[in-house]
Design a protein around this ligand. Structure first.
Ligand SMILES: C[C@H](O)[C@H](O)[C@@H](O)C(=O)CO
Ligand SMILES: [Mn+2]
Length: 424
């Protein structure tokens, strides 16, 4: 979006003033913005259509996750979803990735999940190339008749288990093809809903089966320059309240022993448990991390990400620990009660803005103050920094990246709603 000359001048003036304040703490803001521009956020395609997908469209969403709301205009086919993503990305500074689920295959063929191939995603790859985007991927182990009883890779029936193993193997080949075509690794995230509603007798056997299924899936060697595997745990889902096979401890052990990345989803832990406090422990022992940045409201509700304390703390941990080059930042929320494009824009802009805020902290100074035991100064400084003019830096970053400054992006979204979404 074009800013008029007058407002550009005032954005520049405010930026220069803000820069001086940060410089007093030794922060080089221009350098910070260069570093920020290198961070890719993976936008989850499933926010655009309430997790329906294009294969098995008639199937109800299952797997113990739920979308509420019926805001009009959700994408009904791959063309609409891509158009919506283009509109969204035009309102977000930086170059990013799009995260696909297997059910978003773009094909006229009738194909089941175990028979998916790279060719079924060719249009996505061509589009990503055109748009200068990376792609990430997820096998879809839900919303399918073979997942009706809540078990997939840990199913006691070998036939069902093998179907899901075949689907996950196919998914990795698709990811490999993305990585090869786009010249950047595709992160494949494995999440399965498997679990019991009520207290099980045997907690071990399903975990043994999940371990064996995963080992079988990963037995096919794929170069990490094309594909990076991640495994995502969960505490509970709807219908798996008492026991989830792929728990946090299960995947910590699995990922560490197999050299895989773990995925921490902000909504997959106890309501008062935060993932920000887990990153430094995992990255001390594990190599890579995938984040599902989300906002759980009392449960894994997948609300749109806001600038709350936990988002800021996640960003601070990544920056303070210098973990950004080992972390893949994905989003995972789906709100069907508001404009679908606005949901993406709000969540993604907030995630980038939180990273910027974290990068604008005098980290070495704060670490020294902490080491000196001066907790009074630590608290005072952190609190004062919260009202430093990071907004002026953010506005400048948006303006120089050619995207709308402050809430003016909403005009574009409202116009798109009138011109496109309302006609669906
Ligand atoms: C659709 C996603 O794969 C899903 O949200 C998963 O990542 C998850 O978080 C399930 O609760
Ligand atoms: Mn998730």
């Amino acid at each position: 979006m074009e800013q008029n000359t007058e407002s550009l001048k005032s954005i520049q003036t405010s930026y220069n003033e803000a820069k001086k304040l940060y410089a007093q703490h030794g922060i080089d803001v221009d350098k910070v913005l260069e570093q920020l521009a290198a961070i890719k956020i993976s936008l989850h395609c499933w926010q655009g259509d309430d997790v329906k997908g294009f294969l098995n469209k008639e199937k109800e969403l299952s797997g113990g996750i739920a979308v509420t709301g019926s805001y009009p205009g959700r994408a009904r086919n791959p063309e609409e979803l891509r158009r919506d993503l283009e509109q969204t990305l035009a309102l977000i500074p930086g170059r990013h990735k799009v995260n696909l689920h297997a059910i978003y295959a773009d094909t006229e063929e009738t194909v089941d999940l175990d028979a998916l191939e790279p060719k079924h995603f060719e249009r996505w790859v061509n589009w990503a190339k055109e748009q200068g985007l990376g792609l990430d991927f997820n096998p879809t182990c839900f919303s399918h008749e073979k997942a009706n009883d809540g078990f997939t890779l840990s199913h006691s029936d070998p036939e069902i288990r093998n179907f899901w193993i075949a689907h996950c193997k196919a998914s990795r080949r698709i990811s490999e093809s993305f990585g090869q075509a786009l010249g950047q690794p595709c992160v494949t995230n494995f999440w399965v809903p498997d679990g019991y509603k009520d207290t099980p007798i045997d907690r071990l056997s399903p975990r043994v089966r999940l371990q064996q299924s995963l080992d079988e899936i990963f037995s096919e060697e794929i170069d990490q320059q094309y594909n990076i595997d991640a495994v995502e745990s969960k505490l509970f889902g709807i219908g798996s309240e008492s026991y989830v096979v792929g728990s946090h401890e299960f995947y910590m052990g699995y990922a560490l022993s197999r050299g895989k990345a773990v995925c921490f989803d902000a909504g997959h832990f106890h309501p008062t448990e935060t993932i920000s406090n887990k990153l430094s422990s995992w990255l001390l022992f594990g190599d890579q991390l995938l984040l599902h940045v989300s906002r759980p409201v009392r449960w894994d509700s997948d609300h749109v990400v806001t600038m709350d304390d936990e988002l800021l703390e996640i960003a601070r941990e990544l920056v303070r620990g210098q973990f950004l080059d080992r972390t893949h930042i994905g989003l995972d929320f789906f709100d069907g009660s508001i404009n679908h494009i606005a949901a993406w824009v709000i969540g993604t802009r907030n995630t980038i803005k939180a990273l910027l805020r974290a990068m604008l902290e005098p980290i070495e100074l704060l670490k020294q103050i902490e080491l000196d035991g001066d907790y009074t100064t630590r608290l005072a400084l952190v609190e004062e920094l919260k009202s430093y003019p990071f907004g002026a830096i953010w506005d400048y970053y948006c303006a120089t990246n050619g995207v709308p400054v402050r809430e003016s992006w909403l005009n574009d979204v409202k116009q798109y709603e009138v011109d496109v979404l309302s006609k669906r």
